[in-house]
Design a protein around this ligand. Structure first.
Ligand code: HEC
Ligand code: HEC
Length: 217
């Protein structure tokens, strides 16, 4: 009876410490993401959501409710330098020879909000940087902040999370294992199925980011 009880206690303790470990690591990963995504970018994301998504779409890709209204105007926001963004956002489309349906925001937004939304656009329009955010939000617990396989939870898994800086797999393979998970590829079941949580675009973005972390030697 006593032995049974202490076994039960042991199991409970084990489960508890694993839960604790993952809670600590998750807090850690959130901290890393927060540090990485400086506050202006987060605030800029909120400004964008409130004032800009109606026309430009949630991802600034022009897939938006209002798209039909502006006919030929291409509502995709393309990568550009900051000065251009500042100019068109402050003074409207006509100031850069574009559609008059892009309003001037100078009177509506504070200078700080305009700076923040520009910081946000620098990331939102760059697939690699979006992918970096996806990676740092979802993958570092196992694969590590540097993608070298040394995440805080790495010790829990055998085989360990892959060192993605030394991966010999091509993009197609990565797309499959990220989308379908490790088990479907005859690999560790602990590599999760990401199609349940990430959009196709986010998966493409994270693959683009992974290309930038490869170390050749
Ligand atoms: C009422 C619709 C509408 C709203 C709301 C709107 N825009 Fe625009 N935006 C446009 C149109 C139309 C264009 C011009 C497209 C063209 O002429 O090709 C444009 C162009 C732009 C461009 C230039 C894109 C490029 O690649 O050249 C940027 C940057 C931009 N908008 C940022 C913003 C930001 C930031 C906000 C929110 C503060 C915003 N827009 C809100 C309609 C809108
Ligand atoms: C819970 C832990 C865990 C998380 C979170 C995780 N992975 Fe994995 N991943 C693994 C493990 C374990 C392997 C190794 C599988 C094996 O060797 O059998 C792996 C393997 C991979 C591989 C194969 C690499 C190669 O060279 O073979 C890729 C690519 C990959 N992960 C990408 C990702 C991406 C992108 C994310 C985040 C969206 C992610 N992983 C999140 C555990 C994880």
């Amino acid at each position: 009876m006593k032995r049974k009880l202490s076994m039960g206690l042991m199991v409970t303790l084990c489960v508890f410490s694993v839960t604790l470990l993952s809670a600590v690591s998750q807090a850690d990963s959130r901290k890393a993401v927060k540090k990485e995504l400086s506050k202006p970018v987060i605030r800029g994301g909120i400004v964008f959501k409130n004032y800009c998504t109606l026309c430009h779409g949630e991802r600034a890709d022009g897939i938006a409710r209002a798209a039909k209204l502006y006919g030929v105007a291409n509502l995709t926001i393309k990568p550009a330098d900051k000065d251009y963004y500042f100019r068109i956002i402050r003074n409207g489309g006509t100031s850069v020879g574009k559609s008059e349906f892009m309003p001037p925001w100078e009177d509506e937004l504070s200078e700080e909000q305009i700076r923040d939304v520009v910081a946000y656009l620098k990331i939102a329009t760059d697939g690699k940087r979006r992918g970096e955010v996806v990676f740092k939000t979802n993958c570092i617990l196992c694969h590590g902040l540097k993608a070298d396989g040394k995440g805080r939870a790495a010790k829990l898994y055998n085989p360990p999370p892959a060192n993605l800086t030394k991966s010999d797999k091509n993009d197609d393979y990565k797309r499959m294992i990220i989308t379908l998970g490790g088990a479907a590829m005859g690999r560790s079941e602990f590599m999760p199925i990401w199609s349940e949580q990430l959009s196709e675009q986010e998966i493409e973005d994270v693959i683009a980011y992974l290309r930038t972390v490869l170390v050749h030697n």
